[in-house]
Design a protein around this ligand. Structure first.
Ligand code: NCD
Length: 340
């Protein structure tokens, strides 16, 4: 498979054939992710998991995915804890750390930083988010979730009517997702944001050039009735010039049970890359939706493990050997690991 030995820096590196192959591998990871079986296919391999920006699920799921394949994880978090704070270049850091790892996952606050790092790396580098630029693994797990959720509704990707909601200007997850959606044809995409936080035109162009029907709007209700999948996002406060400016948009679009039953299709799917901002002044995705079967946010995070396992297996070239290194689980694997 073409991912073998490659960096994954941008979704631009990915085509539809690669996506389909990757998703087939991801499906095969389910028994290991759900602890029905153990595989040791990456025993002895080391992941350098380097997160220079806050992260919970991306960092932990990269680590878990690698552990679930039998590999070991070495973690570095926070710029101030690394020699980058002493003025070391990304190139030098990469030269050093790639001597200690078989593969590196990295998140950094600056756009283009992970690509710069990869130039000094002797091992494959996966972009875990570079500032407002890209988040390719999130986009892949989001697309995987879109496929699974549409299948749950007895639909397929050609039926997709997707509404992206919130801070579309700074959200790297939606920037990467739009590029992947550009690989398909004839979808319906609604882009709903405050006027000042519209999707950058280069991503809108990708969607329109793919022949998608694109609607741009600024009112929550405009994007809800026609959507079978709604993708809510957080106001990316860390990307604004000032906190006051970010505060202006906090709580601008609130999705709750009332709004959902008044404006959305019955059973409409709700996604969110998470974290959802649950502070009162934001509450962009209310807890009163938690029991709604359409709320897919935790199915989405579970899918993150499958997709990241598949990426590690394919990039390290072991995707066909996973079952050869498997054995049964010999501990109590509790209900928490069952699919939701
Ligand atoms: C997103 C990110 O970091 O870009 N989170 C994630 O990786 N799941 C979205 C966000 O922080 O709002």
């Amino acid at each position: 498979m073409k991912l073998k030995g490659q960096h994954l820096l941008s979704v631009k590196d990915i085509n539809l054939d690669l996506i389909n192959e990757l998703f087939d591998v991801a499906d095969k990871m389910r028994p290991y992710a759900q602890r029905q079986k153990v595989t040791r296919v990456l025993e002895g391999a080391l992941l350098g998991n380097m997160f220079f920006e806050p992260s919970t699920r991306t960092r932990v799921s990269f680590g878990c995915a690698f552990n679930l394949l039998g590999g070991e994880v070495r973690e570095t978090t926070g710029l101030s804890n690394s020699a980058l704070a002493k003025g070391e270049s990304l190139f030098d850091t990469a030269q050093v750390l790639s001597g200690y790892s078989d593969i590196i996952a990295m998140r950094h606050p600056d756009a283009g930083s992970v690509a710069e790092f990869s130039q000094g790396s002797r091992v494959p580098v996966i972009n875990g988010g570079d500032g407002p630029n890209e988040h390719p693994t999130q986009a892949l797990l989001d697309l995987f979730t879109v496929h699974k959720e549409l299948a749950r509704l007895n639909k397929d990707i050609s039926d997709l009517s997707l509404t992206l909601l919130g801070d579309l200007k700074h959200g790297r997850t939606v920037h990467s997702l739009c590029q992947l959606l550009g690989l398909y044809k004839g979808l319906k995409i609604q882009l709903i944001s405050p006027q000042a936080l519209e999707m950058p035109s280069k991503y809108v162009d990708i969607l329109t050039n793919a022949g998608h029907e694109v609607v741009i709007g600024h009112k929550l209700e405009e994007g809800l009735p026609q959507a079978n999948i709604i993708y809510q996002t957080r106001i990316q406060e860390e990307r604004f010039a000032s906190q006051e400016e970010a505060n202006r948009y906090r709580g601008y679009f609130r999705l709750n049970k009332q709004v959902y039953s008044d404006h959305c299709q019955p059973g409409a799917v709700i996604m969110h890359p998470l974290p959802r901002d649950s502070r009162n002044e934001a509450n962009e995705l209310d807890n009163d939706l938690n029991a709604e079967p359409g709320l897919a946010i935790f199915r989405q995070t579970d899918n993150g493990i499958l997709v990241r396992m598949a990426l590690f297996a394919c990039i390290l070239g072991v995707e066909d050997q996973v079952a050869r290194y498997e054995r049964p689980v010999n501990w109590y694997a509790g209900l928490s690991n069952e699919p939701k």
